[in-house]
Structure formats: C-alpha cells, structure tokens
Design a protein around this ligand. Structure first.
Ligand SMILES: [Zn+2]
Length: 336
C-alpha cells in the first residue's frame, strides 16, 4: 500500500508549469492527512497544505455552497452511515462492473464531495487520488482517512495539478453539470486517462424537447435564481424551512404521479420516498433536505442529451462508447 500512495503523490505536478512538485520525503508514504506546510514547484510556485490537505485553489470559489452542504450533511449519503448500499450500487451501475474491477488500478475521482464514493474507491482500487474544488475535501478527510490510505487534494479539475495520461480509470459522478462548461470539463477529464484506460461519467439529462420549458414553469426556477446569489448559510436556512413545509405533503403526493408533478412545481423540494423506500425515515428526510439545498443553490446547472455526451466523447477520440439515459440522467463509459 505504501507503494500505491507514493505513486499517487508522484502524479502531482505544478498546475502552472507541469513540472514535478517537491515534497518533504517524509510525507510521501503516509497518504492524507499530511503535516501542514508548503509544496514547492522548482520554478517558484508555492502551494499550501492546510488541515492535512494540499490546496491548489482559493478556499472561497463558485462552489462554496457545496462546501457548506458537505459540512452540514457530512455523513448523510455514506453507505457506512446509512447501512444501505446506494452509493456502492451507483458506482457499480456506472462502471457496469463489480468494484473488484478496480483492484490494482490507479483511479482518479473527480469531484469527491464528502466521500460517498471515496470510501468504496479507496477500499477497492490500487491507488486513489480524489479531487474536489470545494471545502468538501475537509469532510471527505474526516469520513475517509484512517481507513485505506489515499491522496486527496483541493483543486479545480479544469486546471488540476495532475500528470496527464496517468490513470487507469477516471470517474466523475454528479459533478460535470455543475461546472462552467460540461464539454470543457469532459475534455480535461479525458486528459488524465491513460491510453486504454476508462472514463466513467454521468450528467443531468434533457429528457425531451419540452423539458427546458418544464423546468422554467416551476417555483424552483425563480427561487434558485435568488438562492444561488445569497450567502450559502442564508440559503440553507431557507431550503431547510422549505423542506420542513414541503416534505410532509410530498410524502403523500409522491405515489400519485400527476398530483406530484403539480406539487413539486409549487413546493420544489426533493423527494426520495419512492426511490429509496428501504432507507431509515430520518435518513431519508435528511437526504431530501440535502438535495433540496443542492438543487436550489448550485451555481451552474447544465443539461445534456445522451446524444450530446456521446458526440463529445467521440470528438475526444474515445472508443467503445456506452452512453445512455439512466436514473442519474445520462450515464457514459468510454475507453481512451
Ligand atoms: Zn510552477
């Protein structure tokens, strides 16, 4: 395992000069958390290690609402917390293989959040580098360190301090739609895939020609326009209140589709009662509260069809492209 971690660290390069970063050798084999200090590039750049994690972006950026989200709901979606296997199943469905497929492989997890997938990836792959642009990395460290060693960095995947073509599998779930340009993000993710390696992604879907209209004709639309501009702490108070009002109603309406369609437009909260009936009711409520905040405060929210994503992957030179509608919107896998 020591070998695996040192390999993970050596994939780090200066995001400006692309040259190898200089580490204090004593930290190379331990995985996060690292002792706080600096990382130097031979050409003069310095990056900080803070609260155990190398940081390559300012701590406040367009994703600060995600940072707050994953602090407040640090454990909500972790299988190790819920006792269910929702996150493991989503990973395996996306890979279309059991997690044992990752044994011995070098994996990049882009947009790791609080670690719902990190805990499974660290457990199953040869070496793992997990990246997130937001302060969610702090929650990820709390949740996942101390199990299997792994590498965790706070960085923008669009200018990540990673050596190109160095991963067997690059996986990015629930993330790309929240970046400024999905196509740019996908092309940057593609850079990190080794020849013969795999990219695994998903994206919010444009279900039909009319779906943009459907989204605008909901109270969620103007509400999000306001909430994403407020301080995340203020928005969180509002969405928590909204969930408290909407949830008891949606708990009744979700079984009758046409009534629920009206209900969600008037009370735009997330409702998983139909999707995860086996989950503990208290945890389910927390999921609903979490995703109501997520859905109403994300700064960027893009939608793409399976055809759009397939074309994008094809342009980037991927082959064996699988790209279909899924419960997540669109799920795609392709080989470089
Ligand atoms: Zn540099």
């Amino acid at each position: 395992m020591e070998m695996a971690i040192s390999t993970g660290l050596r994939t780090l390069v200066c995001p400006v000069h692309q040259c190898e970063l200089q580490f204090d050798q004593s930290i190379i084999n331990i995985g996060v958390p690292f002792p706080d200090g600096g990382i130097n590039c031979p050409r003069g750049c310095t990056f900080r290690i803070e609260r155990g994690i190398p940081r390559f972006v300012p701590s406040d950026n367009y994703c600060s609402s995600f940072g707050l989200q994953w602090r407040k709901y640090q454990k909500t979606q972790l299988d190790s917390h819920t006792g269910a296997d929702i996150s493991r199943k989503r990973l395996e469905d996306s890979l279309d293989k059991p997690l044992s497929f990752l044994n011995g492989k070098r994996v990049l997890e882009a947009g790791c959040g609080a670690g719902r997938f990190t805990e499974h990836l660290a457990e199953n792959c040869g070496s793992l580098v997990s990246v997130d642009i937001s302060n969610a990395v702090d929650s990820n460290l709390t949740n996942c360190a101390g199990k299997k060693p792994y590498m965790l960095i706070q960085a923008d995947i669009n200018s990540a301090p990673l050596r190109p073509h160095s991963f067997d599998v690059v996986i990015c779930l629930g993330v790309i739609q929240h970046t400024p340009s999905p196509e740019l993000t996908i092309s940057n993710l593609a850079k990190y895939v080794k020849p013969g390696g795999d990219l695994v992604i998903d994206h919010y879907a444009n279900d039909s020609f009319f779906s943009p209209l459907g989204r605008v004709l909901s109270l969620g639309y103007p509400l999000r326009c306001v909430l994403k501009r407020l301080r995340p702490e203020v928005s969180l108070k509002i969405t928590t209140r909204l969930t408290a009002i909407a949830d008891p109603l949606r708990k009744r309406t979700y079984k009758i589709k046409w009534i629920d369609r009206i209900a969600v437009r008037l009370l735009p909260s997330t409702c998983y009662y139909g999707s995860y009936p086996g989950l503990d009711p208290e945890i389910l409520y927390e999921w609903n509260e979490l995703d109501t905040f997520d859905q109403l405060t994300d700064y960027y929210k893009h939608f793409r069809s399976a055809r759009d994503i397939r074309q994008c992957l094809s342009r980037l030179g991927f082959r064996e492209i699988y790209c279909e509608k899924s419960s997540q919107g669109v799920t795609a896998r392709a080989t470089m």
